[in-house]
Design a protein around this ligand. Structure first.
Ligand code: CMP
Length: 281
């Protein structure tokens, strides 16, 4: 059966610190927030009670349409999750400003400056009136830093030996480690299904093997074999097209995956990095 890996050591949360900041969330808000937190990869290592402590440290922020919530280049303060409404995210590079994302209910932003101790990398402006769940940087860092270090250590040597990531710096590979999702598949289980049109993830084999198959004239043909460090799933990402083949676990196979949005946020254009390693099929 498919199993999501649980990462490293549990986090010790300083409850005193959390309760100090416990502000105006209703019980209903707290239930909603907890279910949102469970879906965020960054927090996937937290136990249920750690999540409860974290929830109690969030507070609510309301902004009007047009308000700037985060300004690029400024120092980071809070991490935000959108409760309701929409926010536009703009990145300015070489005096050109681009709208890169629209954050809607359940989406989050403001993590990068806090995680990497750098100035804000984008400007976030409320597109509509918005309600946000906010978490102060002290607690955010406290919850994430030791887990991030564990993950980086766990993946360091593996990522160093993945050919597609060779052109990245150690720091960039560390950022990838922060958002990798590890999943184990049983023999014969589909990791990717041919023609699937909702493709936004690419995969690297962490342990075991997988094969790519294609259906043609009523038969299924093996077209590729993947071993540790090999990657797949990049074609659909590059071409914005449906998956071009099935990928099936051969024996027990563990893969790590990263989605397009995380990749773009962390490293700039995922397309550009993948294109440097374009393979012909
Ligand atoms: P931070 O730099 O702390 O504040 C701005 C936030 O915008 C950033 O964290 C991310 O959460 C978010 N964001 C979304 N897309 C991008 C992007 N392409 N580049 C940088 N930040 C982004």
């Amino acid at each position: 059966a498919r199993r999501k890996a649980v990462s490293a050591a549990p986090i010790q949360i300083n409850l005193a610190l959390c309760s100090e900041l416990s502000l105006n969330l209703t019980d209903e808000d707290k239930v909603k927030l907890k279910s949102l937190l469970k879906k965020i990869i960054l927090f996937s290592h937290l136990t249920d009670s750690e999540l409860d402590s974290m929830v109690s440290a969030f507070f609510e922020v309301e902004k009007k349409a047009g308000d700037v919530i985060i300004s690029q280049e400024e120092e980071g303060d809070n991490f935000y999750i959108v409760d309701s409404g929409e926010c536009d995210i703009y990145v300015t590079k070489k005096s050109e400003t681009r709208l890169v994302e629209c954050a809607r209910a359940g989406d989050y932003f403001g993590e990068l400056a806090l995680m990497y101790n750098c100035p804000r990398l984008a400007t976030v402006r409320a597109r509509t009136n918005v309600k946000l769940f906010a978490l102060g940087q002290e607690i955010f860092k406290h919850l994430l830093c030791s887990a991030a270090q564990d993950r980086r250590k766990q993946y360091e040597s593996f990522l160093q030996n993945v050919p597609i990531l060779k052109s990245l710096t150690a720091e960039e590979r560390g950022k990838i480690a922060d958002v990798l999702v590890q999943t184990t598949y049983a023999d014969g289980e589909y990791i990717i299904k041919e023609f699937d049109s909702c493709a936004d993830t690419f995969f690297i084999v962490y342990e075991g093997e997988a094969i790519a198959t294609k259906s043609a004239e009523g038969a299924v043909k093996e077209v590729m074999k993947y071993m540790k460090g090999d990657y797949f799933g990049e074609l659909a990402l590059l071409k914005h097209a449906p998956r071009a083949a099935n990928v099936v676990a051969k024996g027990r196979c563990t893969v790590v995956s990263i989605d397009r949005a995380s990749f773009n946020r962390l490293l700039g254009s995922c397309d550009e990095i993948l294109r440097r390693h374009w393979r012909t099929y």
